[in-house]
Design a protein around this ligand. Structure first.
Ligand code: CP
Length: 352
């Protein structure tokens, strides 16, 4: 199958791209990273271009990697706080002189800039699963310039790209790599599913041997799981779902334990709109914390991953997070965070 040009494409969902297209993005990311390390700068690639970034939620890594990336590529990233503009909302949710319909905002920004990046999940859409993703798609419907997903309630495709770029750097490829994504405890149940869903989609798309483990009731979305099964069949990888924390880690090359809620709050798939019920499940699984003892079950060259921010002392012990060098398994969280920059630079270069 001929690979379509990526120019002008939206970057909204992992599933909008083929494995070949993702491999092209990874290649460009590696080239840009390598060349920058040698002092070769590419500030001509997006010269004079503007990226509008709309953040409905807080961010350290995403905002700063996009801003730094646009500077490196010769353009400008423009930060927009939805509470300081007329908050972009879907048709039917407008409030006079306080909000503005997405279709209008999109068409205005389309006349001025070269791409729009959006982060939205959780409270701004009342935790209605899929509502934020639908809003990003609505932006894309009304613009000719690319729309980039900086995390919504279904996907975090830029984080997932940095994740697989990090795996590729550490292991040289994907075949035969046991990739474990695990739920982990947090005192906060307000945790979206976009990161684990994107991670398992990319990992199965790339043909890794993927284990997803979580307590019963913390299921990821059924359509995402079906897609993972299809990817793993097509790539000769494997995909299994288990409900045991310790055994999942045995022999793993990559471990990625983090909290998520099967909510909102809490349909689907938990089936009940109950924050209390989710909190109950969370509290029963406080022992789902990534400690040195758990890491010792993994392969001796295993890597510990987390998208950050991590809840230290809850999701993970300090001495796991901070073991970024030395022999045996290591934490690669800062390489992973840095790769947000390189992965996104590749995406922006190709789509803009
Ligand atoms: N991993 C991630 O998206 O980090 P931020 O929330 O800081 O952007």
């Amino acid at each position: 199958m001929r690979t379509k040009s990526l120019k002008g494409r939206d970057f909204l969902a992992v599933t909008d791209f083929t494995r070949e297209e993702i491999e092209i993005i990874l290649d460009v990311a590696e080239d840009l990273k390598r060349e920058r390390a040698k002092g070769i700068y590419h500030d001509d690639l997006l010269r004079s271009k503007t990226l509008f970034m709309i953040f409905y939620n807080q961010s350290l890594r995403t905002r700063n990697s996009f801003e730094a990336g646009m500077t490196q590529l010769g353009g400008h990233a423009h930060y927009l706080d939805p509470s300081k503009i007329y908050t972009p909302v879907m048709e039917g949710r407008e409030v006079a002189y306080s909000t503005e319909r997405v279709s209008d905002v999109a068409r205005v920004l389309d006349r001025m800039g070269d791409a729009i990046a959006i982060r939205c999940y959780g409270d701004p859409v009342d935790w209605e699963y899929g509502a934020a993703h639908a809003m990003l798609r609505e932006f894309a419907r009304w613009t000719d310039i690319p729309v980039i997903n900086m995390e919504d309630d279904i996907y975090h495709p830029c984080q997932g790209l940095a994740d697989i770029l990090t795996v590729k750097e550490k292991f040289g490829g994907f075949s035969g790599i046991k990739f474990v994504i695990s739920w982990a405890y947090s005192p906060s149940v307000h945790k979206p599913r976009a990161v684990p869903q994107s991670a398992i989609l990319y990992a199965t798309m790339m043909g890794m041997d993927v284990t997803l483990t979580h307590p019963k009731g913390m299921d990821l979305a059924p359509d995402i799981l079906s897609q993972c099964k299809e990817y793993s069949k097509a790539t000769n990888g494997s995909f299994e779902i288990v409900h045991d924390f310790e055994s999942a880690f045995e022999g793993a090359h990559v471990v990625y334990p983090k909290a998520w809620c099967a909510t909102p709050l809490f349909q689907p798939p938990i089936g009940e709109a109950s924050e209390e019920k989710t909190q109950e499940i969370f509290e029963k699984h406080k022992d789902w914390i990534c400690t040195k003892k758990i890491m010792d079950l993994a392969d001796k060259h295993a890597i510990y991953m987390h998208c950050l921010p991590a809840d230290r002392g809850y999701e993970v012990a300090n001495d796991v997070m901070d073991k970024t060098e030395g022999s045996g398994w290591t934490s690669v969280i800062f390489d992973q965070a840095e790769n947000r920059l390189h992965g996104q630079n590749a995406v922006m270069t190709l789509v803009m």
